[in-house]
Write a protein that binds this ligand. Structure first.
Ligand SMILES: O=c1ccn([C@@H]2O[C@H](COP(=O)(O)OP(=O)(O)O[C@H]3O[C@H](CO)[C@@H](O)[C@H](O)[C@H]3O)[C@@H](O)[C@H]2O)c(=O)[nH]1
Ligand SMILES: [Mn+2]
Length: 743
């Protein structure tokens, strides 16, 4: 059949989901309106006048309900039109017609990001199934560490000498060597002839050698982040290395470049966004590819065809002019069966992004996206005079010349010329961005710690660019997920802080978005901007009804009241909708519990601290700080994670809220049941007793960690004692206050 007439990709609206979703939205919103009516009416009722304590606590609970309803309402935008997609890379044009791709990999800290893992990512990118003269791999080293540069040379030798030829000869699917030799592929391959087995053995041995050399380099150096150095740009595939080994045949290889931008302790460097902007400029001088793949240093390429899959969208003339980027989900290679921490963020990548894909497209998700270079340069490239361009892009003439220049494959040979290297160093210097629009309007934006979310919002979707979500069966990229409570919460706190930075700025999506994006797309971005504030209703619902229960104050309608049905419906309807969404996307009841529990845990800790952090930054009381996520494996922690046991080894700041809230709910549940048995009255407090029971059930791992567990990951007795103290103070002070204001 003629390839040119067949579509490169298909999209498919998930009809049944969207019908279920829309009906649920209708029912649930009706119930919410009834609930709000009940609350308002009860404040004004005159038949049973209320005392001050009741009014005040009901007002608090009502505020919590309003915040939850608002967030729920914003979230409905994801549910309107979920989409899934299929690609047909075999229908792409010939290799000569494919556009060039630059791969950007970022690393920052050699002590938290093991060099071997980073090199595996680099090698997997070099080995992508894409014409090698159209592939260029850049590693940005914010650690400024000679270890990384030396290891890269080793990686280049191993890739050129053995790995790439081996992968090409046998069509190996797993192109990350560590994953390949750990996994099953190859051991039971159907075509496992004796020649293949021999080659495999040889490559394996060379890989072991490569590994021990990298380990050796690490051992003989100090692994500290260098915060004071000039820019280093080095093209790795220089002739000296290629000729050094006689064994190397004429293997065509992609270009490999090491970039470590200038760092000075007194100057801001804007973390990953700053690193990516330097790569944008440096790569423009060397390869200037029209498309860019961005990867975190732990996210190796697991499917060599991802670039071709992305091109199925970028090369479709119908969508290409407005298509900014193709996002693949973040997936992880170290997720256990139970995944207690929901480290894979199932819901985001299985439900939310599919929902946005049916609108203007998913958010930039930090890693695993193929973006159009032009989209990052913002508007004013065409028909503007050079002086104006310089105000945007900085003083480099060479860089500005790159705009019109089309990439020529032969340029490789000239890529290490002296003048060129001088220019790239200049482009990678701290001073270059002064008085320019980099980070403000051009490239990746600096205002927020979640540069991905923010850049996607302001520079892409609000400028009219669209995105698509590509979630093939074989994961395109696999990274290292956070698999202990501390890493999960620290990472989440950073994200929350970054989101709140945007929410508090003039770019708050609900203000900035409506004129620039559709209402539904704005709602999705808004949901993420306001989702940090979940900590308000969750803290309220975990303390106020409980305190009231112990003091005999009812904050919900009694079980015989008609409105009791409304409250029950709202509760059950939101739980069952979540269950339906988890089950219909391949999750289990266990995943539902984990997601629900982690949402509660994160809300009362990370959401609270992250929001405070952002507010303090806003007030100038705190400086932005990027805590790089730890990617080093700890055996004991991995064991607990594999067993599905929460590892409570974390700071007291993050742990205490969980313990305090659990204790308060245990006390109020016991108090409530006792009261019902003694007074024989159950109906007026039923909801409050039930709420405590629900929280205690969800918090069961905390109780287990306090009392039953003896391993390293248990809750330390000191934290338990402190929490008992704080809970007692809260309950007695609270009770005192309530009684003062009660007649
Ligand atoms: O100053 C810095 C800090 C970080 N990084 C790199 O940025 C990447 C992401 O950092 P990581 O510590 O792994 O953070 P995560 O929270 O795991 O990353 C998620 O969240 C980030 C936004 O906070 C996104 O940029 C990432 O793509 C996304 O995976 C890593 O490759 C780092 O090496 C830098 O290059 N320079
Ligand atoms: Mn990461």
């Amino acid at each position: 059949m003629d390839n040119t007439t067949l579509p490169l990709h298909l999209s498919h609206v998930q009809k049944s989901s969207s019908i279920i979703n829309r009906s649920h939205t209708l029912l649930h919103s009706t119930a919410l309106i009834a609930l709000i009516y009940y609350r308002i009416a009860s404040f004004f009722q005159t038949t049973k006048p209320r005392d001050l304590s009741t009014t005040f606590t009901c007002l608090l609970v009502f505020t919590g309900e309003l915040i939850l309803s608002f967030l729920w309402f914003l979230g409905q935008a994801y549910r309107v039109r979920p989409v899934s997609r299929t690609v047909f890379p075999e229908r792409l044009p010939e290799n000569v017609e494919l556009p060039a791709v630059d791969v950007f990999i970022c690393t920052a800290d050699p002590s938290k990001e093991p060099t071997l893992e980073v090199m595996n990512t680099v090698i997997s990118a070099i080995a992508l199934d894409y014409p090698s003269n159209k592939l260029h791999v850049y590693l940005s080293d914010d650690g400024g560490c000679s270890v990384t540069l030396e290891a890269m040379k080793e990686a280049w030798r191993f890739a050129k000498g053995y790995w790439v030829p081996f992968c090409r000869a046998y069509g190996i699917k797993t192109r990350c060597p560590e994953a390949y030799f750990l996994g099953e592929e190859g051991n039971n391959e159907s075509s496992s002839g004796s020649e293949f087995m021999a080659d495999r053995e040889k490559v394996k041995e060379k890989y072991e050698n490569f590994k021990s050399r990298v380990m050796g380099i690490r051992q003989n150096s100090v692994l500290i982040v260098n915060r004071d150095h000039t820019a280093v740009v080095e093209v790795i595939n220089d002739v000296s290395i290629a000729e050094a080994s006689q064994e190397h045949k004429a293997v065509e290889m992609p270009l490999l470049v090491y970039v470590s931008r200038e760092k000075r302790p007194s100057l801001p460097h804007h973390f990953k966004a700053g690193a990516l902007n330097v790569l944008l400029r440096v790569s423009a001088m060397i390869s200037n590819s029209p498309y860019i793949l961005v990867l975190d240093c732990d996210m190796y390429c697991n499917d060599p065809t991802s670039a071709r899959q992305a091109m199925c969208f970028h090369l479709d003339p119908k969508i290409s002019p407005s298509l900014g980027f193709v996002q693949f989900p973040q997936k992880f290679h170290n997720i256990s069966k139970t995944d207690v921490y929901d480290s894979q963020m199932r819901f985001v990548f299985k439900v939310l992004w599919k929902g946005m894909d049916g609108l203007q497209g998913p958010c930039v998700s930090g890693s695993g996206f193929y973006i159009k270079r032009e989209a990052l340069y913002a508007n004013p490239i065409k028909d503007v005079d050079v002086m104006e361009l310089k105000q945007y892009f900085g003083p480099s003439n060479e860089f500005i010349k790159s705009f019109g220049r089309h990439y020529k494959p032969k340029d490789h040979q000239h890529s290490s010329s002296v003048t060129l290297m001088k220019e790239t160093q200049y482009l990678a210097s701290c001073a270059y961005e002064n008085e320019t629009k980099w980070g403000k309007e051009v490239g990746f934006l600096y205002l927020s710690l979640v540069e991905d979310y923010f850049t996607g919002l302001v520079n892409l979707h609000c400028k009219g660019w669209k995105s698509v979500y590509c979630d093939p069966v074989r994961p395109a990229f696999l990274g290292a997920g956070t698999t202990n409570l501390n890493d999960v919460l620290v990472q989440f706190t950073r994200w929350i802080s970054g989101l709140v930075e945007v929410t508090l700025s003039r770019f708050c999506p609900l203000i900035y978005g409506p004129k620039k994006m559709s209402a539904l797309q704005t709602m999705c971005y808004g949901e993420q901007a306001f989702f940090p504030f979940y900590f308000l209703p969750l803290w309220c619902f975990a303390t106020i009804p409980q305190l009231c229960l112990l003091n005999g104050i009812a904050v919900y309608p009694e079980a015989s009241n008609w409105f009791f049905m409304v409250f029950s419906f709202v509760f059950l309807s939101s739980l069952s909708k979540h269950i339906q969404e988890v089950l219909s996307t391949g999750g289990s009841m266990r995943s539902w519990i984990n997601e629900q529990r982690m949402w509660m845990i994160k809300s009362v800790t990370s959401n609270l601290y992250g929001s405070l952090d952002a507010i303090m930054k806003r007030l100038g009381m705190r400086e932005a700080k990027f805590m790089t996520t730890n990617k080093v494996i700890d055996d004991e922690q991995t064991r607990l994670y594999q067993m599905g046991k929460i590892d409570f080894q974390t700071s007291i700041m993050l742990l205490a809220p969980l313990v305090i809230l659990t204790i308060i709910n245990v006390v109020s549940f016991v108090g409530g049941v006792t009261r019902a048995m003694v007074a024989g009255k159950f109906s007026d407090m039923f909801t409050q007793v039930f709420l405590s029971l629900f929280i205690v059930t969800m918090g069961y791992p905390v109780i287990e960690g306090m009392i039953l567990r003896k391993d390293k990951g248990r809750i330390p007795p000191s934290v338990t004692i402190l929490s008992v103290l704080v809970s007692t103070i809260f309950l007695s002070l609270g009770s005192l206050l309530l009684s003062v204001f009660r007649k």
